[in-house]
Design a protein around this ligand. Structure first.
Ligand code: HEC
Ligand code: HEC
Ligand code: HEC
Ligand code: HEC
Length: 348
């Protein structure tokens, strides 16, 4: 009579093993929750304190360099091929070159961008890209204050000590209609980290952070005429929203109220910051990244030959503010905007 008992035990064992496997994808409790809206609205942010601890460590900023003497001849007089940082003094110019090296290419050093025989030479693509990156950084800090405020960004915000930022994206390889059983898959059922391994379209960036498609999904009218909204379109929106949540390490109610994802009424102010963030990412991808396509070598490009582009995670890297709001920019006025170096330094 031991047989049924044995098999029950066996089944129980299997069940337990199955449960363990199922739960191994979950995070270990306890979690912490922080109220983020009016009491009773259920607007709560849930954090894993252990993951947060690691995040905080990963977001410590490298020590800055002391400011340098602004007097003496300008870089534009000292050097041959300076197009962006010409207003700096020689000492200040060397300081920003040294900082850029720490932020972007600490292992490779100055020669990551320079020809050792002639520092004025522009033959390395990395130098040409870096000059455009200087301009892009100045543009972000001076023209997108609605998003980056006075905190601003430096090269380190995206690069974190490596030539290629850890979060970049390429267009997904289109699978034309008829190339598989499913018709046009639209990148669905092809789980990718970009959409937290869900079955949502896995390139929600091309339509919204490169092209300016409509993100809002609720149509103003009930009938199809004049209402182009569809479930399929909503899936793209959810793909982007999933990316935004994971890029910032927050839940949906960090930006939305718990009653309606559509209305702007009663939303935390972060939603407006995010709205500007979407427009900023689109502007940077179209005005700075795409025009650099021909400068990049083939091995840096995507499957379809497109240039690497940025999204929310490129700067945020899992934090609600990049580097948890550490104001690195204040020590580097030359990155605050074109001409800012001379303006700020003249006051000192
Ligand atoms: C990430 C790329 C990068 C790194 C690394 C880098 N530089 Fe530069 N360097 C540039 C760019 C871009 C310019 C041109 C700036 C401009 O047009 O305003 C430049 C210009 C210069 C010039 C002016 C040359 C001339 O005559 O026109 C000197 C000198 C220089 N860098 C020195 C250095 C030194 C020293 C280091 C290492 C401590 C270094 N750079 C690291 C990108 C880089
Ligand atoms: C908003 C994010 C962002 C900021 C800020 C930024 N970069 Fe970049 N950078 C990128 C992206 C995205 C790429 C493309 C990655 C690639 O090279 O494949 C890139 C590429 C580069 C490359 C080419 C690296 C390679 O090996 O292909 C250099 C050099 C570079 N950046 C220098 C700089 C410098 C110097 C600064 C500061 C003045 C800076 N970047 C600021 C996002 C940024
Ligand atoms: C960082 C802020 C932020 C987070 C986090 C966020 N959203 Fe959004 N969401 C926005 C903004 C901004 C818009 C409007 C975008 C636009 O119109 O350009 C929006 C729009 C939407 C819309 C379209 C509403 C309409 O008017 O049709 C839906 C649906 C939505 N979000 C769902 C979500 C879901 C679900 C999550 C969590 C997975 C989420 N959002 C997380 C900022 C956020
Ligand atoms: C160029 C770098 C950069 C990119 C790209 C970027 N952000 Fe930001 N973001 C920042 C900086 C810097 C701040 C901090 C501003 C401040 O201190 O108020 C910030 C702040 C925010 C905040 C406010 C957080 C708070 O608690 O006040 C939200 C929300 C946000 N970003 C959402 C986004 C979304 C969504 C995207 C992508 C569509 C995005 N960001 C892309 C740099 C960036």
């Amino acid at each position: 009579m031991s047989l049924p008992f044995e098999s029950t035990r066996c089944r129980l064992g299997l069940l337990i093993a199955g449960l363990v496997m199922l739960l191994s994808g979950c995070e270990r409790p306890p979690m912490e929750s922080v109220q983020h809206g009016y009491r009773g609205t259920g607007m709560v942010q849930v954090y894993n304190p252990r993951a947060l601890e690691l995040q905080v460590q990963a977001n410590e900023i490298p020590p800055g360099m002391p400011p340098m003497d602004a007097s003496g001849p300008k870089a534009s007089q000292l050097y041959k091929n300076v197009k962006v940082l010409g207003d700096l003094s020689g000492a200040q110019f060397t300081r920003i070159m040294t900082s850029m090296t720490t932020w972007v290419a600490p292992q490779e050093g100055c020669l990551y961008c320079h020809n050792p025989a002639n520092f004025a030479d522009d033959s390395k693509y990395t130098k040409v890209v870096a000059r455009r990156m200087l301009q892009m950084t100045q543009h972000i800090n001076s023209d997108w204050k609605q998003h980056v405020a006075e905190t601003g960004v430096t090269c380190y915000t995206c690069h974190r000590g490596q030539p290629v930022p850890s979060a970049i994206w390429f267009k997904s390889n289109p699978q034309p209609y008829g190339s598989n059983f499913m018709g046009d898959k639209a990148g669905q059922n092809h789980p990718a980290p970009s959409v937290a391994l869900s079955s949502l379209p896995n390139d929600p960036f091309t339509p919204f952070l490169l092209e300016a498609n409509n993100i809002r999904v609720n149509g103003p009218t009930a009938l199809p005429s004049g209402n182009r909204q569809s479930i399929k379109q909503a899936e793209w929106t959810y793909g982007l929203m999933t990316h935004m949540s994971s890029a910032l390490g927050v839940n949906c109610t960090y930006c939305h109220n718990s009653r309606s994802f559509q209305t702007w009424e009663g939303n935390p102010p972060q939603r407006l910051t995010a709205w500007f963030g979407i427009r900023m990412a689109r502007d940077l991808n179209t005005q700075y990244m795409e025009p650099l396509t021909d400068n990049f070598p083939a091995h840096r490009k995507g499957e379809t030959g497109d240039v690497a582009k940025l999204n929310c995670a490129t700067c945020h890297q899992g934090a609600y503010k990049p580097l948890y709001g550490a104001p690195m920019l204040k020590d580097y006025p030359e990155l605050a905007g074109p001409g800012m170096s001379t303006m700020k330094l003249a006051k000192q």
